[in-house]
Design a protein around this ligand. Structure first.
Ligand SMILES: Nc1nc2c(ncn2[C@@H]2O[C@H](COP(=O)(O)OP(=O)(O)OP(=O)(O)O)[C@@H](O)[C@H]2O)c(=O)[nH]1
Ligand SMILES: [Mg+2]
Length: 241
């Protein structure tokens, strides 16, 4: 009698771990670290804002403009994630504020563990506001809580006004949508009311500001929004004793 070979499809029945929930477990681990970051930021009295968008929507340019306008009113810093290069951190450092690059080496989003590790290399004393500029991508970063107080998503006028419903999770999990590159509106078929309606059908609570880092439109309102959120967090922590 010849040797009966085990069918390949049956070989994983013994001694293996079912992997169908791997993604869920990874996200639970992420959320555990995100909670640790949130507690640390609370103890240090720092507002943490996660900035997300597609590649090239204007996140770093907005960080530079925000630093120029606000660094004399509060102490701020930026952690910035990219697949490769230090380019964005270098651009932000040129404005005079602290910026640290996280190079993900091909991973298309930031995870809480990466932020936690990067925080150990930053000077956090006296900081009021810390931005995390996420990897440019409207998909994967939506799933990863980084312990932020607020998630702010840019959608630029060159991307089309139909994007919120195509990438709903990002808009569902954001408190504020910034319609960026408003200076280009005269040249594009993009309609601001259409993108606002699309986003609010996904997330009726989402706030909206229209901005341009080139013309300066809406940047005062954005800075006022940030100053109000920083003040609110400090007041809430004072009230808690
Ligand atoms: N017209 C116009 N161009 C802008 C504006 N903001 C940024 N840009 C340009 O858009 C391009 C991308 O800007 P970045 O700030 O690098 O975009 P980003 O979102 O940080 O890009 P990634 O980090 O690669 O995802 C650059 O050429 C900027 O000069 C704006 O308000 N108006
Ligand atoms: Mg950038």
């Amino acid at each position: 009698m010849g040797i009966v070979k085990t069918q390949k499809s049956a070989r994983n029945i013994r001694g293996t771990v079912a992997c169908d929930n791997t993604t869920m477990h990874l996200l639970q681990a992420n959320d555990f670290v995100a909670d640790a970051i949130r507690k640390d930021m609370q103890q240090r009295n720092i507002l943490l804002v996660n900035i997300t968008s597609s590649a090239g929507s204007g996140k770093t340019t907005l960080m530079q403009e925000t630093a120029r306008r606000l660094q004399h009113k509060l102490k701020m810093a930026v952690l910035v994630g990219d697949l490769e290069t230090e380019r964005d951190a270098e651009r932000i450092r040129e404005t005079g504020i602290q910026a640290l690059q996280i190079v993900t080496g091909g991973i298309c989003h930031l995870e809480a563990q990466m932020v936690w590790q990067a925080l150990q290399g930053m000077s956090l004393d006296g900081l009021d506001l810390l931005f995390v500029e996420n990897v440019g991508n409207l998909v994967c970063p939506a799933a990863y809580d980084l312990g932020e107080d607020y998630r702010v998503t840019l959608i630029s006028t060159t991307e089309g006004d139909d994007k919120p419903k195509k990438y709903p999770r990002m808009f569902l999990t954001s408190e504020l949508m910034l319609v960026s590159k408003a200076d280009l509106l005269p040249y594009l078929p993009f309609k601001v009311p259409a993108v606002v309606q699309d986003a609010r059908e996904v997330n009726p609570e989402i706030e909206v500001l229209t901005i341009s880092s080139i013309s300066g439109e809406g940047i005062d309102a954005w800075c006022d929004w940030l100053l109000a959120r920083v003040a609110e967090k400090k007041a809430a922590l004072t009230a808690m004793g």
